[in-house]
Design a protein around this ligand. Structure first.
Ligand code: ADP
Ligand code: MG
Length: 278
């Protein structure tokens, strides 16, 4: 049972879902829900990519990753592919949206770095539902069930996530529950397509993974999750990526070609899981 107080803290995207109303997507149904940014609130300086907290026209608040950041749009694609895949495997990932940003919103920012970033990011960027009151996860203080820990580890191994370490957990605790954020450092094969085939079998080094010790139900996680990564599921996830983040990729004719390449890589990797399982 949720208390009244707790209900108030549910982020806007979840409230819209509960109300059954969808704000104007602005993009075709096949891609993520779309919102338009209305205000730049503050930069988040923990990581390197300088995401910003922004308000949007659906009254939601989002952590926005900008297309114009140094790592480029491939990181946004990987955030969508990994995050939406994780969600479909039953892992808690806050909602992802496409945020339309007008660089004018950065004009009043005192920080020139922020201004430059927004100037380079007009149009579609990636937003994650901001979780108010969330805190950084610390496994020494917050125990995680072996089943959940093992699933997170399996998923991170599948997508090759190097950013779920003690130094950089990218896990939040929100309403006492674990939430997975920041999937920018996954699917790195997409930065080097010519070598992607070999990367499908690349072993995953889970030794520094923040949930490694708690992940004692690894066989169970593998048996449960691997059969769920089907061609249909992978296709569904890839269809969520805005086409404009995929067009013009060197070595590909069009966005569909890039989607196909991601899909076949992911399916090959599931097939080869005896080689990479932690
Ligand atoms: N959805 C969210 N709700 C609340 N805080 C968040 C959310 N996403 C990120 N943060 C905070 O912002 C920080 C940076 O975000 P992150 O996605 O990890 O970007 P980076 O690529 O810079 O590491 C996180 O460590 C976390 O403290
Ligand atoms: Mg991070």
């Amino acid at each position: 049972m949720q208390t009244g107080r707790r209900r108030e803290l549910v982020p806007t995207a979840a409230r819209f879902a509960a109300m059954g109303s969808r704000p104007d997507p602005g993009y075709p149904d096949t891609v993520l829900r779309g919102v338009t940014a209305t205000r730049y609130v503050t930069p988040l300086r923990e990581g390197g990519s300088l995401p910003g907290v922004m308000e949007a026209d659906d009254c939601g608040v989002y952590v926005v990753k900008f297309r114009g950041a140094g790592q480029g749009r491939a990181v946004l694609v990987n955030e969508v592919v990994a995050g939406e895949l994780g969600r479909r495997l039953g892992l808690p990932v806050p909602e992802l949206v496409v945020v339309d940003v007008d660089p004018v919103l950065g004009r009043a920012e005192p920080d020139e770095e922020v201004q430059d970033l927004l100037r380079a990011s007009g149009g579609a960027n990636l937003g994650m539902d901001f979780l108010p009151g969330s805190i950084g996860f610390d496994p020494q203080v917050h125990p995680v069930e072996p089943r959940l820990a093992s699933r997170v580890l399996w998923f991170d191994a599948l997508v090759g996530n190097v950013d779920r370490t003690w130094r950089n957990p990218n896990l939040l605790l929100w309403h006492r529950e674990l939430q997975l954020i920041d999937h920018g450092a996954t699917l790195t094969f997409a930065h080097d397509w010519p070598r992607a085939t070999a990367a499908a079998e690349k072993p995953y080094d889970g030794s520094g993974h923040i949930l490694a010790a708690a992940a004692t139900a690894r066989d169970e996680a593998d048996a449960d999750l691997a059969p769920r990564v089907t061609p249909e599921l992978v296709r569904e996830v890839l269809d969520l990526v805005p086409g404009q983040w995929l067009t013009g990729e060197p070595g590909f004719d069009d966005a569909a070609g890039v989607r196909d390449a991601y899909a076949s890589h992911l399916l090959r990797r599931v097939q080869a899981r005896e080689r990479w399982r932690p």
